[in-house]
Design a binder for this molecule. Structure first.
Ligand SMILES: [Zn+2]
Length: 286
């Protein structure tokens, strides 16, 4: 299970409300994914909102805001694609006058650039098993899995392999690494762990993205910007994030906006033909 990070900030003359509200939001989540950081800063005539990526080369952010006595210089909600390092201004809220102004905003972000033309990838993907040759693993959640790959959800076509912690994870498709998170060391069977996963994100040649999730702390062996081939060892599997047991969550997706992504059905090439992932079945990389 993966999802974008979301956080709500509230600032006004009633600054006490910020503390109460922020404290409540924190209690729901054990981790914050450090890959995208959003912050705001006062300017002489209002506020500017900035985004900074960390270990991530491409992201899409959607910002919503409720402004009183202020105007955003861009129409809201605002979706921006980021593919440059550094602290990037993404929105400016200008005060309409000297008094009675406040702002409140929320945002979502996704790993990868939005599919502007709605045509990245095909209807489905055929790829290699995401582990070495000669090895087999059971699928413990497939398409429309009841636990976290629910029909209609962002992860509906993702596949979970029951890989014991420390198993080698390999690239299922070629591309460029655009995201690596590896600092987390916690996970568990509770939604509060949802932003605690370590992962590697690979941008494929067709513009879709591959995600390898729940990786062991410190295990990624590739870095952002690195080109990789099918079968390249990426990391060790683990039990970080929202997971009832150690496993690898693998999915191929495209980004619709900062709040939404969609997965494409993935099938696996074996010597016996194209293999369809089914819960309880074992995939052998032969
Ligand atoms: Zn999963």
């Amino acid at each position: 299970m993966t999802s974008s990070a979301g956080k709500i900030l509230f600032v006004s003359a009633l600054w006490l409300a910020l503390l109460v509200f922020d404290g409540a939001a924190f209690a729901l989540e054990r981790c914050q994914d450090p890959s995208v950081k959003i912050e705001d800063q006062a300017t002489p005539d209002g506020v500017q909102v900035f985004a900074t990526m960390n270990g991530l080369l491409e992201s899409t952010i959607t910002l919503r805001a409720q402004l009183k006595g202020m105007t955003c210089t861009n129409p809201l909600p605002l979706t921006v694609c980021l593919n440059t390092p550094g602290r990037i201004p993404i929105a400016t809220f200008r005060r309409d006058g000297p008094a009675n102004w406040s702002y409140k905003y929320s945002y979502g972000w996704q790993k990868g650039l939005m599919d502007y033309n709605k045509n990245l990838g095909g209807q489905y993907v055929v790829c290699a098993p995401p582990f070495p040759r000669g090895v087999s693993y059971k699928v413990n959640q497939g398409f429309f899995g009841a636990k976290s790959h629910k029909r209609g959800g962002a992860d509906q076509y993702a596949v979970d392999f029951a890989m014991p912690e420390g198993s080698v994870v390999c690239a299922a498709l070629a591309g460029t690494v655009i995201g690596v998170r590896s600092e987390s060391d916690i996970g568990g069977d509770d939604i509060s762990f949802v932003h605690c996963s370590n992962y590697i994100i690979v941008k494929h040649l067709d513009g879709t993205y591959g995600e390898y999730v729940h990786l062991r702390q410190g295990s990624p062996r590739v870095r952002p910007g690195q080109q990789i081939a099918v079968g390249t060892p990426l990391a060790f599997s683990g039990h970080t994030g929202f997971a009832d047991a150690p496993h690898l969550h693998f999915g191929v997706y495209k980004v619709l906006d900062g709040d939404r992504k969609v997965t494409l059905p993935v099938y696996f090439q074996t010597s016996a033909g194209v293999w369809t992932p089914k819960e309880g079945a074992v995939l052998e990389n032969n």
